[in-house]
Write a protein that binds this ligand. Structure first.
Ligand code: C2O
Length: 365
């Protein structure tokens, strides 16, 4: 049977998994969303007239950047117990990843087994849904039904530095809502991300790092991601215990460039590599969402390569796995993997460079 998230407002525990220094945790370990006691509705596809076009963060126009800052600022201004608040959005990640929920509603019920949406085939669909609602909430906060998220385009050399708008602590004398104090200062200053970061700095030239990164993208999308399970990750169904990142069945992008960027951005001097270096705290860094928007785009690019074998899972345990989120109207909605496969239906897409969509295509390592 598929993994089925419980009513998130009534069944939730404090996070613990993966936090080794619980006493020193710099973010709250209470990952439960506000409990409004609402009933869970079924998801309906959006009826928007326009498609939200997600844009490369390093190429944002002043208007795009200002709007994005204003939306994140509005989110930060909400009280923490609002389901759309910055903290509530961050806690979603913690709850689904650090043991907030059990599989009580999955199959015949497994109240002693936690839900962990990482390290398995739930990774891509869960994060796609997470960002879907996050984007619509931000748009609603600034009254812009066309609002679209930026993505950190680390698969193209010009996009490999951490995007400018995330770096300064203040903008025009006011706190920058895209800044986060818990980042690796050395990495942020040196700027070019290492998509194969394993905890040790390589100390190579920027040019070499860029070429390495292109090879890493090729590795994750082509060489190691040749079929459904190697790209999406191993089967994970009701009754299965969570697996960790060392498991060989973790999908190619998830275990590769995705995790490397988390570790590279997180502060190695914090007890749990906060914020980006731990599931429980990652959602508190605005960089998390631009990183995952690009990870989501990798799913689309992988499919667009048109290589035989590059198809989504068709197993009913994948199609019918489900999660519960607050939507932009503060309603609780249950969503299924099968409904997130078509970007057309979800009314968002990605702006691509028409000349060179796959700059790493020839970067066979
Ligand atoms: Cu949910 Cu990048 O982890």
């Amino acid at each position: 049977a598929p993994i089925t998230a419980p009513d998130i407002t009534s069944i939730c525990k404090d996070a613990s998994a993966g936090i080794s220094n619980q006493a020193e945790a710099v973010r709250t370990r209470k990952c439960c969303p506000p409990a409004l006691g609402k009933t869970i509705k079924d998801f309906v596809f959006p009826t928007d007239k326009t498609v939200r076009m997600r844009w490369p963060a390093h190429k944002g126009t002043k208007e795009q950047v200002d709007k994005y800052r204003a939306a994140i600022q509005a989110m930060r201004a909400l009280p923490d117990d609002h389901p759309h608040s910055f903290a509530s959005q961050a806690k979603i990640h913690c709850a689904y990843c650090n043991g907030g929920y059990t599989q009580v509603d999955s199959g015949t019920g497994f109240p002693n087994i936690d839900i962990q949406i990482h390290n398995s085939w739930l990774f891509f669909p869960f994060h796609r849904w997470y960002l879907y609602f996050y984007e619509r909430i931000l748009g609603k906060l600034i009254n812009d039904p066309t609002f679209a998220l930026p993505f950190w385009k680390w698969d193209e050399p010009a996009g490999m530095p951490i995007p400018d708008m995330f770096v300064p602590e203040t903008v025009d004398g006011k706190p920058n809502p895209l800044y986060d104090v818990y980042r690796d200062a050395d990495h942020i200053n040196e700027r070019i991300v290492d998509l194969d970061y394993d905890g040790k700095d390589k100390n190579v030239s920027d040019q070499t790092q860029k070429l390495c990164n292109l090879s890493t993208v090729y590795r994750d999308l082509v060489r190691n991601g040749g079929d459904t399970i190697s790209f999406f990750g191993g089967k994970y169904v009701a009754g299965d215990s969570p697996v960790d990142n060392s498991d060989p069945s973790v999908g190619s992008v998830e275990s590769g460039s995705h995790t490397a960027v988390h570790r590279w951005v997180g502060d190695k001097n914090q007890p749990n590599n906060e914020d980006m270096g731990n599931f429980y705290s990652a959602g508190y860094d605005p960089v998390f969402y631009i990183h995952h928007t690009n990870v989501d785009r990798m799913w689309k690019l992988w499919k667009d390569l048109g290589i035989a074998g590059h198809v989504e899972p068709t197993d009913s345990d994948w199609l019918n796995a489900s999660y519960v989120f607050y939507d932009e109207n503060e309603e609780l909605v249950r969503v299924y993997n099968k409904d997130c496969v078509s970007l057309d239906k979800l009314k968002f897409n990605y702006i691509e460079n028409s000349k060179e969509v796959f700059p790493w295509r020839k970067s066979r390592p």
